[in-house]
Each structure stands twice: as C-alpha cells, then as structure tokens.
Design a protein around this ligand. Structure first.
Ligand code: GDP
Ligand code: MG
Length: 441
C-alpha cells in the first residue's frame, strides 16, 4: 500500500543523490558567477564552501541534472543569507519626532535617497517629515535637498549660512519637535573616501540626534569597496541598515552579498534610478537571482519540483479518498505545514479545516509541536509508519526514546493521526478533500 509512495522517494534519492564531484563541478561555475557579480573573493570562497557541504548527498529532482540542482541549492542559500531578521521596509519611527540619519560616501546617493524615503513615508504612511541637509562642504548640496523637498512636497529645514553640521542637527531636532513632525531626516555630508573627519562629524551628529535608524547609503556598483566602507561606518557610527543605490545599472549586486556576509547588516532598500519613486524595499530572492545570474536554471528546477509535488499530492489524495492515511502521509503534511508558515498560515488556507484548526489550538499545537511530531515519526520503523496499528507499548517506548520525548506525546500523535485519517475519509467522500488539496497547491 503505502510502500508505493515511499518507494517513489527511495528511487528518487537512489537515482540522483548529488555526489561530491557533481557538486564540485557545478560550484566551480557558481564561483565564477559570484566573482563576476562583484562578490568579494573571500565571501565567494566561504559561501561556496558552505554550499558544498550542504549540497552533497541531497536528492536530485527527476528530469533535472545534478548541475542544475546545485544551482538551485545555491540560489536558495543566497536568498537565505541575504534575508535579514527584520522587515526591511519597516523604518522605526515611533516616538515622534523620530530621527533618521543618512550616512555614506559622497555621490553614493544620500541626498536622493533621503528625499525618496521622505516621499515614501509621507505617501505610504501619512507621516509628516522634515528633511535637513548637514552638507556644509558643498553649498549646492543644501539647495539640492531643498529643491527635492519642493518637488515631493516635503518640508526642509531653512538654510542658515555658516552653521556647523552639529548646529544644524540641533536646529532640526528643535524644529521637528516644535513643528509636530513625525520624522526628521538628517542628510549628512560625504567624502570621496572615508576619513577621520568624516567619521568624527557623523558621530557628533549621531550623539545629538540619537537616531532611531542610521542608514548607510552605498553605491551598489562599487563592489568590494562598498564592503570596506560599510564595515568602517558600522564600527564607528553603528548603522541599522544599508541602502544599495544604482541597482538600475548593469551591476549584478554582488556587494549585497559581501556586505551582508561581512557586516551582518540588513539591506533595507534598493535604489533603482534618479526619479523620486525609484526605490524599493530589498527583496532577497530578486537580488539572489541577479547575483547568480542563472535565473533560467532556477526557474527550471522550481518548475520540475512543483510538477513532482503535484504528482505526489495527486497520488496522496487518491489514497486518502480510500481512507488510507498513514504516518508517512502525516509526516509529509507536517513538513508541508512547517514550510507554509506553520499552523496558522496553513489552516487559514484550507477550507473546511476550521474545525481541525480549533482542535489543534485547543490541544496547544504550535510549530514546536510540529517539529516534535516529525521527530517522533522519524523514530518509527518503515513498517510502523506504514501501519500505525502495529505500535504496541514496547514499540511506543522505543519510538519515544528515539525522539527524546515522552510516550504521552506519542500517544497524542497517534490519536491525532487516527482523527485525521477518519476526517480524510469523510472529506474524501464529500469531494471536499479534492477542493482542499487544490487550495494547497
Ligand atoms: P550624495 O552625494 O550621497 O548625496 O549623492 P546624491 O544623492 O547627490 O546622488 C548622486 C547622483 O547619483 C545623482 O545624480 C543622483 O541622481 C544619482 N543617483 C542616486 N541614486 C541613484 C539610483 O538609485 N540610480 C541611479 N541611476 N542614480 C542614482
Ligand atoms: Mg548629498
């Protein structure tokens, strides 16, 4: 019965597990691709080594070559590394007036980005924003921000000749409080190269404003240099995020990976042109695709994986309709649930699952439980998974021990499995199962 399904998996892995050689060969190309995208040498080397370890032994999807599979694994890993743990677009601007400090080298796009973000905050979040230019080096720079302010309908701090950046920062702070602004943005001066004076100035301004966000603006085309700059700014000033500009150009954006790997700072926004709307929140998958430059292959593998998943789901559904639902099936469901954002995310998507969702809530089920249940199933023998009725007390003890859990947890799992099997059978008769599975795909 169920061996039919697990048989499919066995064949898959036996047919095409990635060998050491497969991975090495493919990674050689990947390494070149990363370097071409301006990823720094050391970061590319470390990244490739980490993937080498992860990829070896992984299954190759049917109809996909080992090389293609490795590219997909690399892509997913790139995406994982690039993903920060905060929402890139959510600027911390509670407690008005919230200061945002913009730092970076001259010409990186600070002034432009300041105005772009101000416009975004105004239009998307309805915030009242005040912008101030602290660029006392170039008088035209202050005018530039004032002109952009008029263009986007955002106030700028009036220009007073002869002030120092610290004086301007103080005035901006007061004006923002008195004027009832939600946010004030400080656009600092840059230099062509990072130097002690530039850093000292930025630090003095930081100490006055105590910014909620310090965004480092970096030219996405500069590659390796960008990383050194980021490291230096973060060490001395402390940045909360990076904005990569000029990503509308030909550059493949390797700086994003280097920056993330070396500084650990999240990339928050991406500048995509000179216009005031040309800014987007950072999307790891998009940049990962661009850095790797092998989008076709990634799409191909995804398609093949989806096809296989759909085939498996179809097979599973046929069996469920006949009332056959074993522990392998349950495990697959639990894995799927984790993949789809845990209990909440998944149950919300299934019609007719409201009742089960409530039952699970009542049983205090959360993602930790999902993981423990998967561990329990992993601890069962093939026969036990295929035929849960086999599980006598002695077997239960062994299984629970293998998973490092109590027998009572296993009993709960067995009970839940039985309830689900019954429900599947009922749903199968009413055609509801088919509907539910379609939604899941
Ligand atoms: P700052 O010296 O750091 O303040 O840099 P600016 O904001 O003055 O920008 C320098 C130049 O880069 C200007 O001509 C901007 O229009 C341009 N720029 C800024 N961001 C982008 C971007 O994302 N894409 C492109 N193509 N140009 C940009
Ligand atoms: Mg400027």
């Amino acid at each position: 019965l169920s061996d039919r399904l697990s048989g499919v998996f066995d064949k898959l892995t036996k047919q095409g597990a990635l060998s050491d050689d497969d991975v090495k060969t493919a990674l050689r190309e990947v390494r070149v691709a990363l370097l071409e995208a301006d990823v720094s040498l050391s970061v590319a080397r470390d990244f490739v080594a980490a993937v080498q370890e992860k990829a070896t032994g992984q299954a190759v999807t049917k109809s996909i070559t080992p090389g293609q599979q490795v590219v997909k694994i690399v892509h997913d890993e790139l995406e994982r590394v690039l993903t920060g743990d905060t929402d890139p677009g959510a600027l911390k601007i509670d407690n008005p007036p919230a200061p945002i400090l913009m730092v970076g080298l001259q010409g990186s796009g600070k002034t432009t980005t300041t105005a772009k973000l101000a416009k975004r905050l105004k239009e998307r979040e309805g915030k009242r924003v005040l912008m101030a230019s602290l660029d006392t080096n170039r008088p035209a720079a202050m005018e530039q921000l004032a002109i952009l302010g008029v263009q986007i309908g955002v106030d700028t701090l009036p220009i007073v000749k002869g002030e120092t950046p610290v004086q301007i920062a103080k005035r901006a702070k007061t004006a923002a409080s008195l004027g009832g602004y939600d946010v004030y943005m400080l656009d600092t001066a840059g230099r062509l190269h990072i130097d002690a004076e530039l850093i000292a100035q930025a630090a003095a301004v930081r100490d006055i404003a105590n910014p909620r966000e310090t965004l480092l603006v970096v030219d996405g085309l500069t590659g390796q240099d960008a990383v050194n700059v980021a490291q230096e700014f973060d060490d001395k000033i402390g940045v909360t995020g990076v904005v990569l500009t000029r990503m509308d150009g030909d550059g493949r954006g390797g700086a994003a990976l280097s920056m993330r790997a070396i500084t650990g700072k999240p990339i928050r926004f991406v500048g995509l042109g000179e216009k005031m709307d040309a800014i987007e929140t950072f999307e790891p998958s998009r940049i990962a695709g661009r850095i790797l430059g092998m989008g076709d292959i990634v799409a191909l593998v995804e398609k093949a994986q989806q096809t296989i998943e759909a085939e498996q789901a179809e097979k599973m559904m046929k069996r469920f309709q006949k009332g056959r639902f074993n522990m392998n099936d349950l495990k697959m469901q639990l894995d799927q649930m984790l993949k789809m954002g845990g209990m909440e995310g998944m149950m919300g998507m299934l019609p007719g699952m409201g009742k089960m969702s409530k039952q699970m809530d009542a049983a205090g089920m959360d993602d930790g439980i999902l993981r423990r249940q998967i561990a329990l199933i992993n601890s069962m023998t093939k026969q036990e998974r295929a035929n849960p009725d086999l599980m006598a007390a002695s077997r239960k003890k062994r299984i629970a021990k293998g998973a490092g859990l109590e027998v009572s947890e296993l009993n709960k799992l067995v009970k839940q499995h039985r309830q689900m099997a019954d429900m599947m059978k009922k749903m199968g008769k009413g055609g509801m199962l088919k509907q539910a599975m379609k939604q899941m795909m």
